[in-house]
Design a protein around this ligand. Sequence first.
Ligand code: ANZ
Ligand code: ZN
Length: 754
Amino acid sequence: MKEYNHLKIEKKWQKEWEKKGIYHAEDKSKKPKFYGLIEFPYPSGEGLHVGHIRSNTAMDIICRKRRAEGFNVLYPIGWDAFGLPTENYAIKTGIHPQKVTKKNTDIFRKQLKAGGFSFDWSREVNTTDPEYYKWTQWIFLKMYEKGLAYKDKININWCPKDKIGLANEEVVDGCCERCGTEVEKREKEQWMLAITKYAERLDKDLDDVNFLEKIKIQQRNWIGRSEGVEIEFRLSGVGHPTAIKVFTTRPDTIFGATFIALAPEIAKKITGKDFGIKIEIDRENKEKIGVDTGLKAKNPANGEMLPVFVVNYVSAEYGTGAIMGVPADDERDKEFAEKYKLPIIENYKKAGFKDYGKKITQFKLRDWVFSRQRYWGEPIPMINCEKCGWVPVPERDLPVELPKVKNYQPTDSGESPLANITKWVNVKCPKCKGHAKRETDTMPNWAGSSWYFLRYIDPKNKKSFADFKKLKYWLGNDPRHSGVDWYNGGMEHTTLHLLYSRFWHKFLFDIGVVPTSEPYAKRTSHGMILAEGGVKMSKSKGNVINPDEIIKIYGADTLRIYEMFIGPFDQSVAWSTDSIIGSRRFLERVWNLQYKVQKNKKYTEFEIEKTIKKVSEDIEEMKFNTAISTLMIFVNEIGKLDFISQDVYETFLKLLSPFAPHMTEGLWKILGHKNSINFESWPVYDLSKIKNKQIKIVVQINGKVRAEIMIRAEISEEEVKKQAISNETVSRHLSGKEIKKVIYVKNRLINIVV
Ligand code: ANZ
Ligand code: ZN
């Protein structure tokens, strides 16, 4: 009996798979396609985190299952490599960030390869590669051309420690998301992207995508669509012909209004005075304070004169920057009224909204502050000419490459370190050839990750960011119901990254260069892996688990099984090195079962149907832990027998192979097969054994989803096709067309080619 030797097995098959390129996705194929995506990692100096293994394995399992189901699968990988950690490391050590990135990606690549993921490595992308960021810059130029990129003097959030402007989303409770320092306001000229122009669609189109409900809620909350009414309160007294416009979602409470509250900036606009009140909107539970402006405003509903206050809890950046205070019905107003002894009318009459104002829709979403005063980002491809003003860099001059600098530290004045490279900064104006200067701001880290999934489709294209035909193949050509088939990533990216990439994608759709209006058809998310004891893994605590060591001692297959078994996939779980041995023993048991196999015995005696069914369904629902326990139970059962038939064992190996690809491949060859287990089709259960089961079949016409039908599990392929074609919606779409071919992917879909 040979013992299970993971070291030999894993190296051997990884080499073999790579040599044969078996995970390369075909750009042209008769098979239906499946595009599975994970968030590409940031190649930090810390190396691969065991959390990466968890999320990569999950999508790897899904992709492997899809291949077995007859799909042409794209499962790509790349590096999101611009950004602060690498830059800060460069500042500390003086090593060029490009070098740091190269070193880190080399380590990550090696680590990922040891994990046995079925990535198509030929499509690797790197956001810091000029051939890549050329297209990031190109998209920016298109946005500029369409009026979506503009420069504006705004109050930005400024982190005095990192010396960097922050987007609203990078400010958490008034502090810098990265370093925790309290954020200041600074007025600065910044490049902005008009994401608010897409607010309505970003909200509404969530109806059409298959995102986890909690993710949709996050997106909707961030966009903050709010239907309300704008009502005018006229100011009394000479010198005030103006009216104050308030925004309210509760016009029915107008008879309960006892004061008007203004944001400091709005008060200043109206009165010309500074009342010394500072806005505290970023911080919840701050004490509400205000100053009486002395103005009186007339309630249009009952003619009452209301005092006008400047307060610290109304923001100039939302609605009209003014509210009517209704202390009886609004907590914040109540707190304020109590403090300043303003009347609180408990039982006022509720208005059905009359004609006091006009209906408007407001969004919390702000335009995106797109400038960073840092080195390690994509240069913003704009030139400022003394005569012509802002001039875009001509497309033929892209990419605008990052120049070499001596010092990566941002300047104290808040300029990017690029500002000191006069040779690079001074250029001729592309329009008038006169004296001009390059923009020295760079793009935020979010830029490159807003469209990377498109570059995977055609990573080496020199003429465009991706060929449209290929985009159509991989994303589908139904504008409303396609995109990347399945995107899994962390909950920490389901607000901003998701929103930004949806915005960019919609823009690209509008200018006709991508075929779908949404980038991702489906989005799920995983929980984190914490250190033993449930705290975050961190270098300083010394509790970081290095996947390399686990792979060396126990094997990648064991690590994969362990991380999938560790707990519900969508929840955070604590690591436990002691428990790994359980996963290892399971695989050893599977290994040893080979010695019980009876070669020529056909199975009928053993019920594997339920196992197939449960594992198949669990994978689709990302219930990997229960899928594995089902496999474990099966091994326990089968282990009690003296002999097992080869059929049963092989079926079992097929089910296990997405989880433990190396060992199952090894066993497959030992059983006498020439071809890889990767080319085996996914087991289907003997349907007669599970009676009356209904299966959902997706019906496509030329690749477009047209209907879903329910079939009884036991019916024949011919019968399924018949039912699909006779479906009402499908037959409507087919009328007058000639059916060329009908492709059936068992228990999943039918594609009718006309
Ligand atoms: C009167 C009122 C009575 C209100 C009541 C609420 C409850 P959302 O849903 O977030 O849109 N508001 C309006 N503009 C504001 C600003 N710039 N800063 C702070 N608060 C603002 O909330 C809309 C409500 O938030 C508005 O409706 C307004 O208070 C307040 F029983 O008007 B309400
Ligand atoms: Zn010029």
